[in-house]
Design a protein around this ligand. Sequence first.
Ligand code: 5GP
Ligand code: ZN
Length: 139
Amino acid sequence: MTDDCIFCSIVSGTAPASVVHETDRVIAFMDIAPVTPGHMLVIPKAHSADLVDVDPADAAEMMTAAQRMDAALRSSTVPTEGVNLFYADGEAAGQEVFHAHLHVFPRFAGDGFGLTVRTSAPPPRAEPDRLAGELTASW
Ligand code: 5GP
Ligand code: ZN
């Protein structure tokens, strides 16, 4: 619990939120500025800014909740042809609220959401082999 964290205030009930689902470890609620109608966030109740600091049991429960949120969207009247999960870990990745959270939002043709991706030719096999080796060493 951090006093100046809006998501901690939602967890403690001192800030309002439209709650969808809650367990001992996580809480899911509607995003205040939805990318598409039905946009939800699922957060661990314990405060961590960075994903690496989230208790693995909380991270697992966030994913379990996201699976249920996806299913709930698909069986609701909310326009849902597909669902995106999005996680911003760090400012450079687009994180604006520094309490861990996973976005779950419905997608449909013409919804206006898009990511700009710069594509490149596949590098020679030696490059992904080198990166895999380095990352395995950092595991
Ligand atoms: P980020 O860019 O950090 O991944 O996303 C933060 C998200 O939190 C944004 O989608 C933003 O609309 C949402 N958000 C920020 N403040 C509040 C709030 O007070 N209540 C709710 N429900 N969502 C919030
Ligand atoms: Zn917090």
